[in-house]
Design a protein around this ligand. Structure first.
Ligand code: 8YV
Length: 327
C-alpha cells in the first residue's frame, strides 16, 4: 500500500514500513507546506503525521482509500477525529512513551524560571559575572512550595512524582477527581480551579486542548494567581490566552512563566520575547532521542496494524470505526 510519512524518521524506522509498503516521506527537517501535504496524501492508504499537519475534511476528502491515520504524538487536537470516524478511519496516537520526557521539561521550566537559569547564563557569557554578593541574582525557592497541577493525567502525575522529591505541596484540578488511594499516593489535594490558582506558587498545565480547555487560563484566572506565582505550560498553547499572559507579566500580576508551547505556534504573542521573567522553549517536551525513538516505533506499529484492517494498539476511535463499518 502507499504511505505518506509527513516528518523525517530514521532509516531503521522507515524500513519497518518499507518491508511491505511503498513510502513517500518528507525528508526535510521541517514540516510539509499545506499544498505539498494535500498533494502528498492523494491516493494514499496510510499516513504517519505530526502536530504540524492539519488533518481535516479537506485533507480526508483527497484520500478516499485512507485506512489509518497514525499520529506521532500524544496530543491530537490537529486531527478532526469526528470526521475520520465518519469515514471509518482509525486514528492512533502515542500515549505513555513521552510522559517522563514531558514531565522533565515542565520541571526544567519550573527551575529555570525560579532560579533565573537562562538569564544567569546569558549574563555570565556576556561577562556580567563580576562579583559575588549576598543579594546578587536572587531567585525564588522551589523546594517546599505549592505546585498546582491542572490536568492530573499521565503527565500531570509524573510532574507530581517529581515535585515530591522537592518536598512540594501538591494541589490539583482536573475533569475527574482521583481515587482517594491515588490522591494519597501522590500526596495531592483536589481543588476547584479558582482555589488552586489562589493557593499555588507554581501552576503547571497538563490538559489536552479541547473546546472546554481553550483559554482555560485568561485574564480572570491570571488575576487570581499570586503576584509571585509562575505559570508553566507544556500542554498546548491555546490553553492560555497568550495576550492576557503577556499583559499579566508586564504588569507584574504574576511572577513569571515557563512556556514550551504557544497559542499561534511557532509565532509568539507581541511582547512575550521582550520579557525577562519568562523562559521560552521551542516545543521540546518530548524531544529526547530515547523518547522520539519510542514514539516513532509506536506510531509505526499503529500504522502497520491499521493497514491490516485490525485494531491498532493505541486507537482513539475504534468503537466509532466499528460502528461505521458495521452499518
Ligand atoms: C510532539 C507533543 O513533539 O506528543 C505531543 O502531543 O506535543 C509532542 O510530543 C508533537 O506532537 C509531534 O507531533
Amino acid at each position: 500500500m502507499k504511505i505518506l510519512v509527513t516528518a523525517r524518521l530514521s532509516d531503521d524506522v522507515v524500513s519497518l514500513i518499507e518491508q511491505d509498503h511503498e513510502v513517500e516521506m518528507n525528508r526535510e527537517n521541517r514540516p510539509m507546506e499545506r499544498g505539498a501535504l494535500l498533494a502528498g496524501i492523494a491516493g494514499k492508504q496510510g499516513v504517519l503525521c505530526s502536530i504540524s499537519d492539519r488533518v481535516d475534511e479537506e485533507f480526508l476528502a483527497l484520500a478516499p482509500g485512507l485506512k489509518i491515520i497514525a499520529n506521532f504524538g500524544v496530543g491530537f487536537d490537529h486531527i478532526d477525529i469526528a470526521a475520520a470516524s465518519r469515514r471509518g478511519i482509525p486514528v492512533t496516537y502515542t500515549p505513555g512513551v513521552l510522559t517522563d520526557a514531558t514531565a522533565d521539561i515542565a520541571f526544567a521550566l519550573i527551575l529555570a524560571v525560579s532560579r533565573r537559569v537562562v538569564e544567569g547564563d546569558r549574563m555570565t557569557r556576556e561577562g556580567g559575572f563580576r562579583f559575588w554578593a549576598p543579594f546578587h541574582f536572587l531567585g525564588r525557592q522551589v523546594s517546599g512550595k505549592t505546585l498546582g497541577i491542572v490536568g492530573m493525567g499521565r503527565i500531570g502525575e509524573a510532574v507530581a512524582r517529581r515535585a515530591a522529591g522537592f518536598d512540594m505541596k501538591i494541589v490539583y484540578h482536573g475533569r475527574n477527581r482521583l481515587d482517594p488511594a491515588d490522591e494519597q499516593r501522590l500526596r495531592a489535594r483536589y481543588l476547584p480551579l479558582h482555589e488552586l490558582l489562589r493557593e499555588a506558587d507554581f501552576v503547571s498545565l497538563h490538559v489536552p486542548l479541547t473546546t472546554e480547555t481553550r483559554h482555560l487560563i485568561g485574564l480572570e484566572e491570571l488575576r487570581l494567581m499570586k503576584p509571585s506565582a509562575v505559570l508553566i505550560n507544556t500542554s498546548r498553547g491555546p490553553v492560555v490566552n497568550e495576550a492576557a499572559l503577556v499583559e499579566a507579566l508586564q504588569e507584574g500580576r504574576i511572577g513569571g512563566a515557563g512556556l514550551d508551547v504557544y497559542e499561534n505556534e511557532p509565532e509568539l504573542a507581541a511582547g512575550l520575547s521582550g520579557l525577562e521573567n519568562v523562559v521560552l522553549l521551542p516545543h521540546v517536551g518530548s524531544a529526547t532521542i530515547e523518547t522520539r525513538t519510542k514514539m516513532a516505533l509506536m506510531a509505526v506499529e499503529n500504522l502497520l496494524v491499521g493497514l491490516r484492517g485490525e485494531q491498532p494498539p493505541n486507537c482513539l476511535n475504534w468503537s466509532s470505526v466499528m460502528g461505521v463499518k458495521g452499518r
